[in-house]
Design a protein around this ligand. Structure first.
Ligand SMILES: [Zn+2]
Length: 282
């Protein structure tokens, strides 16, 4: 978990946008602002809405309660691709089996302010070969759940681009698909966009060593583009390495505008329209 000095608020955006993916239950240390403070800081710079992602069993229950408490927040729930294998192989610290954990997620998605299933997907970086079968089973279960309840899905894809496409093509996609923290190149972006999916860009698009992400952002149609923080991780430049919070999405929006040659106001309007089309108003 990142720790250290919390970065100052960015210059406000001209129009409101939504942080499409954040983890406000992971606070990043003792000196962290409270959830209410983080939401207020974000609103003050134009990041007026957030999608809180609860992707561990405790986080999912936290999310289901928090979306009732904070009007600026809707939620997503799932078992993260690095969590599901631990439930499946009996090593999760909760002692809860995969079947029981997934049943709890499947119950939570019916909450009125739970608007997305996620994050789910494949992570061949952190889960080794022994966990891959359980991870893929969980991915397919979550995709089936999203189809069944008619919600979008947010996909975590780390070093697994090809297999994500194969699983989705084989099983059939839910009504809408978001590639959370998009990490591919232009070619993979085109594969996702050909399927009608949304690409969500995090602070990584501001990193000097990520020209490929800026190229991918530049070819994404305006009606398929989203912004997110994945806070407390992936803090954008100029505060890379320090703890992240939804307010910092303003830096990423400006980097997207620069990469795409977009007018900042127009980009904010597009980003907000895309979020509301996906998750409904809140
Ligand atoms: Zn995340």
């Amino acid at each position: 978990m990142p720790s250290g000095l919390w970065p100052p608020a960015p210059e406000p955006l001209p129009l409101p946008v939504t942080d499409n993916h954040t983890h406000l239950d992971w606070d990043g240390g003792d000196d962290a602002p409270s959830v209410a403070e983080k939401l207020a800081l974000a609103s003050a710079v134009g990041v007026t809405q957030v999608v809180q992602i609860g992707c561990e069993l405790d986080s999912a229950h936290w999310t289901a309660a928090a979306v009732q408490e904070y009007p600026h927040m809707v939620g997503g729930v799932a078992l993260h691709p690095n969590e599901a294998p631990l439930h499946a192989n009996g090593t999760h610290e909760s002692g809860v089996s995969y079947e029981e954990a997934f049943a709890q997620i499947a119950a939570l998605v019916h909450g009125e302010r739970i608007r997305v299933v996620g994050e789910t997907g494949l992570d061949f970086f952190r889960t080794g070969p022994d966990g891959v079968a359980a991870q893929e089973r969980a991915f397919r279960d979550h995709v089936a759940l999203a189809r069944e309840v008619g919600l979008p899905v947010q996909i975590h894809d780390r070093d697994a681009h090809r297999r994500v496409l194969e699983v989705m093509d084989g099983d059939g996609a839910p009504p809408a698909v978001v590639m959370h923290c998009f990490s591919g190149d232009v070619e993979f972006a085109r594969e996702c966009l050909a399927r009608g999916w949304y690409l969500s860009f995090s602070g990584t698009v501001t990193f000097t060593n990520a020209p490929g992400l800026r190229e991918a952002a530049a070819i994404t149609p305006a009606d398929r583009l989203l912004v997110e923080t994945d806070a407390p991780f992936l803090t954008p430049v100029p505060h890379r390495g320090r703890p992240n919070s939804p307010a910092q999405a303003a830096h990423t929006v400006r980097a997207l505008a620069a990469a795409r040659g977009d007018n900042l106001e127009t980009l904010c309007v597009d980003l907000q329209a895309n979020s509301e089309r996906l998750y409904g108003p809140w």
